[in-house]
Ligand binder design. Structure first.
Ligand code: FES
Length: 143
């Protein structure tokens, strides 16, 4: 048994008997390996007695789950309606330019800071009331 197989087996045991355990398991696998790849989907499907298609359907539905690991820091930028109304679309081009290939800028739809947008998140840290300079600074400091 590989280290990955062993770790996924442990994650499955951690969630054994819990209702609706697929999403928490996927989050744990993503946190452990930085992705939920095809091998992981297969092991999870076997462990939960689901079809591979069932697991893949959930993995591919949620943007948080990635099929391969990406070691770059991620800056999530909210582009939902309230942040749009507060100007996020006018600052996103500068953000993407500042990110280059070093930082992954991803789009999310609401970070719960609607009245203080534009908003972004890096890991557990939220940033609000961003203008172009502020968002570029967030991106430059992302590790
Ligand atoms: S719409 Fe951007 S934080 Fe809610």
């Amino acid at each position: 048994m590989s280290i990955k197989e062993q770790r996924i087996a442990e994650i499955l045991v951690d969630h054994q008997g819990r209702e609706g355990s697929l999403l928490p398991i996927l989050h744990d696998v993503q946190a452990e390996f930085g992705c939920v790849d095809a091998d992981s989907e297969k092991l999870i499907a076997q462990g939960l007695n689901l079809s591979r298609a069932d697991v893949h359907g959930v993995v591919s539905f949620y943007h948080d789950f990635r099929p391969s690991a990406d070691p770059r820091p991620e800056v999530q930028v909210c582009r939902a309606e309230a942040c749009k109304a507060r100007g996020v679309e006018a600052i996103i081009a500068d953000a993407e330019k500042a990110a280059g290939e070093r930082v992954r800028v991803s789009t999310v739809y609401c970070l719960g800071l609607c009245s203080a947008g534009p908003a972004a998140r890096v890991g557990d840290r939220l940033h609000a009331r961003l203008d172009s300079k502020g968002l570029v600074e967030v991106i430059e400091n992302a590790r």
